[in-house]
Design a protein around this ligand. Structure first.
Ligand SMILES: *Cc1c(COP(=O)(O)O)cnc(C)c1O
Length: 401
C-alpha cells in the first residue's frame, strides 16, 4: 500500500464553523418545514439581491471578451475605482490597493505579510474563522476577550496582557460577525492608541463596512489612525450582495511609511495571481461607481426591520437575552443555560431546537464560545417571525424556575 501523508499545512488548516456544523448537523422535525438561519450568505432567501447594475456590468465584460491575464495586483482602472470608493479612509491611491479572490484572501495575505511561523496575531476570541488562515501556516491566532455587557467592546486590558515579543498585529472586525458590534469612535481611538504603544499593525476586517442600524455611526479604523498602519480587508462579498463573485481587496493604509519594506513583498505576493477573475475586474469600476446609495440604505432598513421583528418577539422570552445589534446582519442571542436544566450547552440547544422546531441556527461553539446562538437577519420577515415564535415555544417548554 502506498499512502501519502498530509503536510503540516493540511493537518492544521481547519475551518471550525464548517467542521462543527458538518459533524453535528441535526435533521429537523419532519412534521414542520425547516427554517435555515445559520448561513452568513444574504443571497439565499431571494429578498436581498444584488443591484441590477451588477449583472449589467459583469455581462458587459463577459460579452466583450474581457478574459485576459491582468496585472497581478489587479487591473489599474479597478484599483483606481477601489481607491476612490475608499476615500472615507483618507488618501488612498491605486498603488495601495490589491485585488483578491474573496476577502478571506486579503486577510490571509495581511497575516502572512506581517507574521512568520511561530509568531502570533491577536484576534477577537469570539469571531469568524481567522484561525483557519493562520494555523495552517504556523501563525498563532491568540484570542482576546470581548465584553458582552459593553456591547461587545474589546477588553483592552486583556488584549494588552496577551502581547509578547512575538506579537505582530491585531485583527479587528467592526461591524462584527457574529456579535453585531460596531465600535464607537472613542473605542477605536483607544484601540489605535494601544496598537501604537506596542508598535503593532492593525488588520481591519471591514467587510461589513457601513452596515449599521439607524443612528449608529460607522468609522473605518483607517480613517481614525494617524500613526498606526491599517491593512483594511473588504470587498463586494457582503455589502454588494455578491459573495460568489470573489472580488474583494486589501487596502494598505500606511501611516508614516512604516510599511515601506513590505511594498515590494506585497507586489511579489500578488504575483502568485490571487486576483479575482478578469471579467469581474473589468466590471468593478461600474459596480462601485454606479450602485446608488439608495440600494445600501434600503438594505440597511430591511435588516433593521427584521431585527425589530425578532427582538419584539424574543425580548420577553424567559431564559433568552436578545438585543438589536448595532451593525452587520446577525443577532447573537444569549441563552441562560442555568434556566434550562435539560440543556447543557448552546450546541445542544441548537440541536434540540432543530429537531423539535425545525429552526436551524448557529451555536456559539462554532466561534469557540459558549452560551449563545447566532441567527442571520437576511431571511424574509415571514421566516424570521415564524422562527421567533418557534424559538419562544421551545424555550417555554424547557425553561424551569
Ligand atoms: C463573510 C465574511 C468575510 C468575507 O469572506 P469572503 O472570503 O469574501 O467570502 C470576511 N469576514 C467576515 C467577518 C465575514 O463574516
Amino acid at each position: 500500500m502506498w499512502k501519502v501523508q498530509p503536510t503540516e499545512f493540511l493537518k492544521r488548516t481547519l475551518n471550525p464553523i464548517r467542521i462543527l456544523w458538518e459533524t453535528n448537523q441535526p435533521k429537523g422535525n419532519p412534521e414542520i418545514p425547516n427554517i435555515y438561519l445559520q448561513l452568513g450568505d444574504p443571497t439565499i432567501y431571494g429578498n436581498f439581491l444584488p443591484h441590477s447594475n451588477c449583472a449589467k456590468a459583469i455581462s458587459y465584460a463577459v460579452l466583450h471578451d474581457k478574459f485576459s491575464y491582468l496585472e497581478s495586483s489587479g487591473l489599474k482602472e479597478a484599483r483606481e475605482a477601489v481607491a476612490e470608493y475608499c476615500k472615507h479612509m483618507g488618501n488612498v491611491t491605486a498603488d495601495d490597493v490589491f485585488l483578491t479572490t474573496g476577502c478571506s484572501m486579503a486577510i490571509e495575505t495581511a497575516c502572512r505579510a506581517l507574521a512568520n511561523p511561530g509568531e502570533n496575531i491577536l484576534t477577537p476570541e469570539i469571531s469568524w474563522n481567522y484561525t483557519t488562515w493562520m494555523n495552517g501556516v504556523g501563525i498563532e491566532a491568540r484570542g482576546y476577550s470581548l465584553l458582552p455587557e459593553k456591547e461587545w467592546e474589546i477588553d483592552l486590558d486583556h488584549l494588552e496582557s496577551l502581547i509578547d515579543d512575538k506579537t505582530r498585529a491585531i485583527v479587528v472586525n467592526s461591524p462584527g460577525n457574529p456579535c453585531g458590534n460596531v465600535h464607537s469612535k472613542k473605542h477605536i481611538l483607544e484601540i489605535i492608541a494601544l496598537a501604537e504603544r506596542n508598535k503593532l499593525v492593525i488588520i481591519s476586517d471591514e467587510i461589513y463596512e457601513f452596515f449599521t442600524m439607524p443612528n449608529v455611526e460607522y468609522h473605518s479604523f483607517a480613517e481614525l489612525s494617524e500613526n498606526v498602519p491599517v491593512l483594511v480587508c473588504s470587498g463586494l462579498t457582503k455589502r454588494f450582495l455578491i459573495p460568489g463573485a470573489r472580488c474583494d481587496w486589501l487596502v494598505v493604509n500606511d501611516r508614516g511609511n512604516k510599511l515601506e519594506n513590505l511594498r515590494t513583498g506585497f507586489r511579489n505576493a500578488a504575483g502568485r495571481n490571487f486576483f479575482p477573475n478578469s471579467s469581474l475586474q473589468y466590471a468593478l469600476p461600474s459596480i462601485l461607481r454606479d450602485t446608488p446609495q439608495s440600494f445600501f440604505d434600503e438594505n440597511n432598513q430591511k435588516i433593521y426591520k427584521n431585527a425589530q421583528i425578532v427582538f419584539n418577539k424574543l425580548k420577553s422570552v424567559k431564559g433568552l437575552k436578545s438585543s438589536i445589534p448595532k451593525g452587520s446582519f446577525y443577532m447573537l442571542i444569549g441563552i441562560d443555560l442555568n434556566k434550562f436544566p435539560k440543556i447543557e450547552t448552546s450546541l445542544q440547544f441548537m440541536q434540540m431546537l432543530a429537531d423539535e422546531q425545525s429552526v436551524f441556527v448557529l451555536p456559539s461553539e462554532c466561534f469557540n464560545y459558549q452560551g449563545f446562538i447566532r441567527i442571520v437577519l437576511t431571511a424574509t420577515e415571514e421566516m424570521l417571525a415564524e422562527a421567533s415564535d418557534r424559538i419562544k415555544k421551545f424555550c417555554e417548554c424547557y425553561y424551569e424556575y
